[in-house]
Write a protein that binds this ligand. Sequence first.
Ligand SMILES: [Fe+2]
Ligand SMILES: [Fe+2]
Length: 171
Amino acid sequence: MKISSKMKKALNDQVTLEASASNSYLAMASWCEVTGYQGAANYFYAQSDEERTHMLKVVHYLNALGAVAIIPAIKSPGSSYKSLEGLIKTALKNEQIVTAAIHKMVEIAQKEKDHSTYAFLEWFVNEQVQEETKFETILQKFDLLGRDKLGINEIDKFLAVDAAAPSEPAM
Ligand SMILES: [Fe+2]
Ligand SMILES: [Fe+2]
């Protein structure tokens, strides 16, 4: 099976996006850890691992088609954040960028009648709905529980529970 050079480029760009997301969540996890948000740290370490599995899915897909994945260099993510809320807002923004990139690829697949890539991308479309909802739900908690020390401590506990729960949907 062959994919177009346009699709190949888009998929390789996605490898970069997923790798960047993994790196950026790793930086967030580390910041949370040193700031004393242990639940949030565990949560973002797990998110970082998840993004790496997303990256690998695309790498394996490209390689299986003989299109050959390009392993990219990743820019250093920011490493200091003003607050846990700000950090989660940044995470949501990143996810929205990833969603837009995936939707763009779906459109290319539709236009090119590339049914295999279209089917491959379906998992990512669903995953992004979950990813955005996840961060929106956490952001809501700042309004519900408050932004004082007690509120943030509750949110950190919520994230600790979430980090311990498996969240990857089955392939
Ligand atoms: Fe991802
Ligand atoms: Fe994600």
